[in-house]
Design a binder for this molecule. Structure first.
Ligand code: ADP
Length: 277
């Protein structure tokens, strides 16, 4: 009976091994499909601005003499605009593939007020131009969080950038951060960060899809600058912080993106050897 049980155990192990191999292969196939889809999307997105730039240059070189100075200026400005779009796209694709390629990042203590203020400094001018007020609402004595400064700065920049893009003049955008205590406890467990706007909102059926690469809500004027990659980058960075991004939104009223970050705790000190004489 002992022999039979050993044989059965070995068979079970073999079957488990085969099942795991099948699972690995399925995952590999899925990843490859996602990769090809991504490359095909990127190529499609790159082709449009490239095609536009080429057409403008061709028109200028072939018919330049027949164009007025004003027309020439318009052509050059549009080509310049398309080049900016191309640069944004290439930068976003590079950011995303770098994030996906690196498994670990060095996390350290981040005082959130710094990336928040840096974001406000970069976006303030843009907000003013659009007639939107940009605020910060940071709770006093906020503990440092465990995070990666540059990546968190990118999260704030992308979320505030979106909030400004999708809010009309007279609206308000706020970055809020406050302590959250664990249930039935007074100990601070997390810091919650919210980026809130009074903009056009996101339809309920699109709330999940907006984190997908290149997804953009339909029937919107998308002359607004954007690549459709900003929120995929945000999601990837917050995943790396072992957290999740949530959305609350009402069409016509506004949107709040929020996530929690762990409070930074110093590693317990090594016990020191005390030598007494
Ligand atoms: P994009 O470069 O188009 O902004 P994102 O990945 O950052 O790409 O966002 C995807 C889509 O989600 C946007 O095109 C927009 O339709 C929607 N969206 C993102 N943020 C907001 C917001 N704050 N308010 C309304 N819609 C938003």
């Amino acid at each position: 009976r002992v022999l039979l049980s050993k044989v059965l155990d070995r068979e079970r192990e073999n079957i488990r091994g085969i099942a795991l191999t099948v699972q690995d292969i399925t995952r590999e196939v899925e990843l490859n499909e996602a990769k090809s889809q991504f490359i095909s999307n990127v190529s499609h997105e790159l082709r449009t601005p490239l095609f536009n730039i080429k057409s403008f240059i061709e028109t200028l070189s072939e018919y330049g003499d027949d164009l007025t100075e004003v027309q020439k200026k318009e052509f050059l400005e549009t080509a310049n605009h398309e080049t900016d779009r191309l640069t944004r796209l290439v930068n976003d694709v590079l950011d995303l593939s770098r994030l996906e390629a690196s498994r670990s990042y060095n996390m350290s203590a981040v005082d959130l007020i710094q990336p928040v203020e840096q974001t406000l400094r970069t976006c303030q001018l843009n907000a003013k131009d659009q007639g939107i007020t940009l605020h910060k609402d940071i709770e006093e004595e906020l503990p440092p969080v465990l995070g990666h400064y540059d990546l968190l700065l990118q999260v704030f920049t992308n979320l505030v950038g979106n909030a400004l893009k999708f809010t009309n003049s007279g609206g308000k955008v706020t970055i809020k951060a406050y302590k959250v205590t664990a249930e039935e406890s007074t100990a601070i467990s997390h810091v919650r960060i919210e980026v809130k706007d009074t903009g056009i909102g996101i339809p309920p059926e699109d709330k999940e899809a907006i984190f997908e690469r290149f997804f953009r809500v339909e029937n919107r004027v998308h002359t607004l600058e954007g690549t459709g990659l900003g929120l995929s980058i945000v999601k990837n960075i917050i995943d790396k912080h072992h957290s999740q991004v949530f959305i609350e939104s009402e069409v016509g009223k506004g949107t709040t993106f929020w996530f929690d970050l762990s409070v930074y705790r110093e590693a317990p000190e090594e016990p020191k050897l005390i030598v007494s004489d």
